[in-house]
Design a protein around this ligand. Structure first.
Ligand SMILES: Cc1cc2nc3c(=O)[nH]c(=O)nc-3n(C[C@H](O)[C@H](O)[C@H](O)COP(=O)(O)OP(=O)(O)OC[C@H]3O[C@@H](n4cnc5c(N)ncnc54)[C@H](O)[C@@H]3O)c2cc1C
Length: 383
């Protein structure tokens, strides 16, 4: 029986149980193989789509479930329990990050054209914003889209693109106008066109089952009808999208912390040193208590920001606080979880070893912790 919560009702708990059951039956048994092979099977997109998990917040008329962000938070917390953080992250890019601008800015025709395939997992979507010289500073991006008749001609490159090696469509941020944010637009770029190429599949420190790539655009011709909104609408839309992206990361971090805590507790209970289980040393009881506090605080910050977003409130400050806190917390929890394993935690045979690597990106992706602090400083209410 779930505890009374201001955020979750029985419908939420039932959704959580369904995702958990899917993860346990269909993801956990395969996660090690996906990590070893460096990619999860394409068919997982269609399976997850079939279950409705790729369309949580999308409108029902395009195949979505018309739910709110509290459900997305649950989905993230449960998917990441599979033991392959890369798989969970790449699925969430499809579910939320690369498709929510289509829902927000797309015309009826564009939504009909792109969303049903994305939500069903028949087509893979990626989000192409970062460039070699424009990561945190999105307004500095250089990839251009020049209008010629009824087509945009796209030239430039993107880096660190999740799902990039096999995406069918890239939700691309391009420069259609002058310098700065006001010159940025978003356009859906198919990948089966002349001039598009995938550079390297990037070799990452962690998240091995999720592909990440460099992409090149050399005179790619994309129909004008693929522009989302009007020219110059992109920057604002991306900043709005980032709220969802940051909360996805926060919720993934919450799920991971729960798993890391469990690994630490189980190992510490089973291993005797100096005649007693590790968790019976007061220092470890207290450390685990500290982790419990971090996890609880992370959840409350994430759920309350998700609740605000779900109710249409401007939640930039709350989302940034949640992202900053949870990204730091998950690294700390991973560190302690590894430490209690002693030398075994350093061995690839132990899941904690992999997760320790995977969490390194949390303070970088979706806005670094320094960027979060800048936002929080600007929006501070406590002075
Ligand atoms: C695993 C992974 C997956 C990713 N997937 C995608 C994707 O699908 N699509 C996409 O578009 N991008 C993606 N990214 C890119 C990600 O969004 C960028 O890495 C991130 O925005 C930071 O940009 P950067 O790497 O260029 O770092 P930079 O912008 O060069 O920043 C480097 C460091 O400088 C510091 N810094 C930055 N700004 C400030 C500031 N204002 N004040 C003080 N210090 C600051 C921070 O410590 C920061 O980490 C992914 C990245 C990773 C690691």
């Amino acid at each position: 029986m779930a505890k009374l919560s201001p955020y979750f009702r029985e419908e939420h708990e039932s959704f959580r149980r369904s995702v958990r059951s899917f993860v346990e039956k269909e993801m956990v048994p395969n996660a090690d193989q996906w990590e070893r092979e460096g990619i999860f099977p394409r068919g997982l997109f269609t399976r997850v789509g079939e279950l409705g998990y790729l369309g949580v917040r999308h409108p029902a008329e395009y195949g979505g479930s018309d739910l709110d962000f509290t459900y997305t938070a649950i989905l993230c917390e449960e998917l990441v329990q599979c033991g392959s953080v890369g798989t969970a992250v790449n699925l969430m890019v499809q579910c939320e990050l690369a498709t929510s601008i289509v829902t927000a800015l797309g015309t009826e025709e564009q939504k009909q054209r792109f969303l049903p395939d994305a939500i069903a997992g028949r087509k893979i979507f990626a989000l192409g914003i970062s460039e070699p010289s424009a990561g945190s500073d999105v307004a500095a991006l250089r990839t251009t889209a020049r209008l010629e008749g009824d087509e945009y001609v796209i030239d430039g490159s993107k880096i660190f693109i999740t799902n990039g090696t096999r995406a069918d469509f890239i939700l691309l941020a391009v420069r259609t106008g002058g310098e700065g944010g006001s010159g940025i637009s978003t356009i859906v770029c198919p990948t089966d066109i002349a001039g598009f190429s995938v550079g390297r599949k990037l070799e990452k420190m962690g998240n091995h089952a999720g592909d990440t790539a460099e992409l090149f655009f050399d005179g790619c011709r994309v129909p004008r009808a693929n522009l989302l909104g009007s020219e110059g609408d992109g920057f604002k839309a991306i900043m709005h999208l980032f709220q969802g992206e940051r909360l996805v990361l926060s919720a993934l971090a919450c799920g991971l912390m729960t798993q890391l805590y469990r690994l630490a507790y189980e190992y510490g209970s089973g291993r005797n040193i100096f005649g007693k289980p590790i968790i019976d040393f007061q220092v470890w009881r207290h450390r685990l208590a500290d982790l419990e506090v971090l996890i609880e605080a992370s959840r409350q910050l994430t759920y309350s920001a998700a609740y605000l977003l779900s109710h249409g409130e401007a939640a930039g400050r709350e989302v940034s606080i949640a992202k900053l806190f949870t990204a730091g917390a998950v690294k700390r929890v991973a560190d302690e979880a590894l430490q209690i394993h002693g030398g075994y935690g350093y061995m690839e045979d132990y899941l904690v070893c992999r997760l320790y690597r995977d969490v390194a990106a949390f303070t970088i992706g979706a806005g670094s912790s320094e960027v979060m602090r800048e936002i929080i400083a600007k929006m501070a209410t406590a002075r």
